[in-house]
Design a protein around this ligand. Structure first.
Ligand code: NAP
Ligand code: ZN
Length: 361
């Protein structure tokens, strides 16, 4: 049922899932008026993250239908509130996963607001005024300026959109493990999808030896020739996995479905770290032997702070790092969601939102 919150007077056209069937249909809803701390963004492009599928299908059991997905949002600022100093009309802006945090806890005060336990996301969240948040599969967004970043002028908007979630999610674990500063480490990336392909690009840009660990033999050629990976390990091939035991310093696991962690941990050197960012709907077993015999650590992280997101965007601007995207129209969202669920995209679908509205005009 559509919500009725005071000040939510602006009519927005978008696309929503109404049940766990996996289907998206056009949906008209309301957004708040642009407040003193807000910017309004005309959405140009929105990436399709695997998290959108988890929400559309209610994989995690937390979806509030109707859900308007989309948290890889780029566009142009069309309005700014009176308290906003960092943005002006016409700026290229990006919004990722966060819509609101408490602004007062130790994590918010310390610039790690993505770990605030009251964090509310850009869709399927509850904003400060009690309204349910609706995401970027829609024509415009009203966002508090504290959760908006600048998109460097030299980056194409469509190929920059997935940086807002996929990019920042793989950037922070690399940063947290000093892999921006020290070069020449041996890094593994498990799962060559939206998150994984950007992780490979970052790993190479930061001067490391990068191995892709994948279930898809068909991805080897491109991983090496197009993305610059140094090695490709087929995780379903036991011989290959055995021969690479104890070869990696750090592994980033981006896999969206339940899988075995033991063989992945065995690829780490003694004292190596496995950082998990993928979010399968079922718990994964953590075998103790590869941990204790290798003094290995397992960690996880969620996206990054807004400060880190801006840092990553600027770095991508400097190094010209963009995502490999397949741009689709709004009439192709369901097809794209199905193809993403079937592991059939290289490497991120991005919806041409503005194109859909201009073609109707
Ligand atoms: P994606 O594009 O679908 O990529 C996931 C990759 O995982 C696939 O390309 C595939 O790579 C591999 N894979 C899929 N099913 C598998 C299976 N059953 N066993 C082994 N490997 C499998 O998804 P994404 O958008 O990158 O998102 C990945 C995960 O990260 C999702 O669960 C998403 O919700 C989560 N996520 C977390 C955060 C965070 O803040 N922590 C942020 C964004 C997304 P290969 O073909 O190479 O094997
Ligand atoms: Zn995402």
């Amino acid at each position: 049922m559509a919500q009725t919150t005071p000040n939510h007077t602006q009519t927005v056209h978008g696309w929503a899932a109404h049940d766990p069937s996996g289907n998206i249909t056009p949906y008209t809803f309301k957004r708040r008026e642009n407040g003193v701390n807000d910017v309004t963004i005309k959405i140009l492009y929105c990436g399709i993250c695997h998290t959108d599928i988890h929400h559309v299908k209610d994989d995690w059991g937390i979806t509030m239908y109707p859900v308007v997905p989309g948290h890889e949002i780029v566009g142009v600022v069309t309005k700014v509130g009176s308290n906003v100093t960092g943005f002006k009309v016409g700026d290229r802006a990006g919004v990722g996963c966060m819509a609101a945090t408490c602004l007062d806890c130790e994590y918010c005060r310390d610039g790690q607001e993505n770990y605030c336990d009251q964090v509310q996301f850009v869709y399927n969240g509850i904003f400060w005024d009690g309204s349910i948040t609706y995401g970027g599969y829609s024509e415009f967004l009203v966002a508090d300026h504290r959760y908006v970043v600048h998109v460097p002028e030299n980056l194409p908007m469509d190929a920059a959109a997935p940086l807002l979630c996929a990019g920042i999610t793989v950037f922070t674990p690399l940063k947290d493990h000093n892999l921006l500063e020290c070069k020449g480490k041996r890094i593994g990336v498990v799962g060559l999808g939206g998150l994984g392909h950007i992780a490979v690009k970052f790993g190479k840009a930061f001067g490391h030896h990068v191995s892709v660990i994948s279930t898809s033999a068909s991805k080897e050629k491109e991983a090496k020739e197009r993305l610059g990976a140094d090695d490709f390990i087929l995780s379903t091939n036991e011989e290959q996995m055995q021969s690479k035991k104890r070869s990696l310093d750090f592994i980033l696991d981006t896999v969206s479905a339940k899988h075995s962690l033991g063989p992945i941990l065995d690829l780490l050197k003694v004292k190596g770290t496995l950082a998990i960012v993928g979010a399968p709907d079922k718990p994964m077993e953590l075998p103790s032997f590869p941990l204790i015999f290798g003094k290995r650590a397992v960690t996880g992280s969620i996206i990054g702070s807004i400060k880190e997101t801006q840092e990553m965007m600027d770095l991508c601007g400097e190094h010209n790092i963009t995502c490999d995207v397949e741009v689709v129209g709004t009439d192709e969202i369901n097809h794209a969601l199905r193809r993403l669920a079937n592991n059939d995209v290289k490497y991120r679908f991005v919806i041409d939102i503005a194109g859909s509205f201009s073609s109707k005009a």
